[in-house]
Design a protein around this ligand. Structure first.
Ligand code: PMP
Length: 361
């Protein structure tokens, strides 16, 4: 012992923050996993091919710092220029960087009271003041509620966990009312049928639109997200990233990402399958007396007055079906159910009717 006294004063300097709580990632092989909005279908065969063809020796080198080729691929795909695209390690990282980069006002950043629960966590992490604006009784986002002085606006479209999407008129009125702050539209689930604000980045230089490879392209494990915005906003994001971690996207992810975007036919085919299963399952649940929101995402948000969502969640879990229950005001009697394969959903519906029949609830 050196005799140096540890009085624990360092503890006073620790960041203490309540983290975002992701859905459980269990590895039970028989589990039907409908809790984290992953895609039930595999990534494109072109991705498998790209990973097989990848030269492991390339891992000796750092990746290109600006994800150049993938940026250009995404830019061409969406009809914008490479200077209007930013790529990161999942859209969570892109969004977090965007919060840090764009929200530096003393006025609060605005987002709905029911939305992606990472938004308030990032605000606390970065010390950004925020205000949660209540959704309407039918869970819609009301654009006029955001026409107040603010330090920024963030909207998930479609929103999570409601699945409800807002159209062009909504996004434009939000942007018209907010020319003096950055507006971020999180389109993590946009490919499943919602309006995309990407074309508006040329009209509004304060707009950022984020998307991800995780859901619609079946690549949650690869960690690739991106966003579109004016060249000025994208340059600011690049500087912020390079002030924190230059190499956020691996060589392998860059190659796999390019291959995924190139295989558009496969992408559209899988999307159509998920959408078909979503709409069929929603109908079946409505037939069983559930209220199901008009989801434009790859999940359903469901409730039934006489059924306890918490108890049904527990029953499904006991039977190896994992869905998501949020213990939060206004939505505590809802379940969020990821759209799986037709087989997954048949098993789910079977267990739900078994539960409601057995209990008479
Ligand atoms: N936005 C929303 C609304 C989400 O639900 C998620 C996934 N949890 C993300 C962004 C981030 O996804 P990823 O980091 O996998 O791109």
């Amino acid at each position: 012992m050196t005799g140096i006294k540890d009085d624990g004063a360092w503890r006073e300097n620790l960041l203490r923050i309540a983290p975002y709580v992701p859905g459980e990632q269990k590895e039970t092989p028989t589990l039907i996993k409908l809790n984290t909005n992953e895609n039930p279908y595999p990534p494109s065969p072109a991705v498998t091919e790209a990973i097989r063809a990848f030269h492991v020796d390339a891992l000796r080198r750092y990746p290109v710092v600006d994800a150049g080729a993938l940026r250009r691929t995404l830019a061409d795909y969406c009809g914008v220029s490479a200077q209007e695209v930013f790529v990161g390690n999942g859209s969570d990282e892109v969004l977090a960087l965007a919060f840090k980069t764009c929200f530096n006002s003393e006025k609060p950043v605005l987002f709905p009271d029911i939305t992606y629960s990472f938004f308030p966590v990032w605000c606390r992490f970065f010390g950004i003041p925020f205000e949660e604006i209540p959704l309407s009784d039918s869970f819609r986002i009301e654009a006029r509620a955001y026409a107040v002085p603010n330090g920024g606006v963030v909207i998930a479209n479609p929103n999570a966990p409601t699945g409800l999407g807002e159209g062009k008129d909504f996004v434009e009125s939000l942007l018209e009312a907010n020319r003096d702050s950055v507006v971020i539209i999180d389109e993590a689930y946009g490919a499943f049928g919602a309006y995309s604000a990407v074309p508006l980045i040329r009209k509004y230089d304060n707009l950022l639109v984020s998307q991800t490879f995780s859901k619609s392209r079946s690549l949650a494990g690869l960690r690739l997200g991106f966003c579109f915005g004016s060249a000025e906003l994208i340059a600011a994001l690049d500087d912020a990233k390079n002030a924190f971690n230059s190499y956020t996207v691996s060589n392998l992810a860059l190659e796999a990402g390019k291959a995924a975007v190139a295989d558009d036919a496969y992408f559209r085919e899988q999307l159509a399958k998920v959408v078909r299963t979503r709409d069929k399952t929603a109908q079946a649940l409505r037939g069983m007396g559930f209220t199901v929101t008009e989801s434009l995402a790859n999940f359903l948000f469901v409730t039934r007055a006489e059924t306890s969502a918490r108890a049904l969640y527990a029953y499904l879990k006991e039977h190896n079906i994992l869905v998501r229950h949020f213990d939060r005001p206004r939505i505590e009697n809802f379940l969020r159910i990821t759209v799986g394969t037709d087989g997954d959903m048949d098993a789910l519906l079977g267990k739900i009717s078994e539960y409601t029949d057995k209990r008479g609830v």
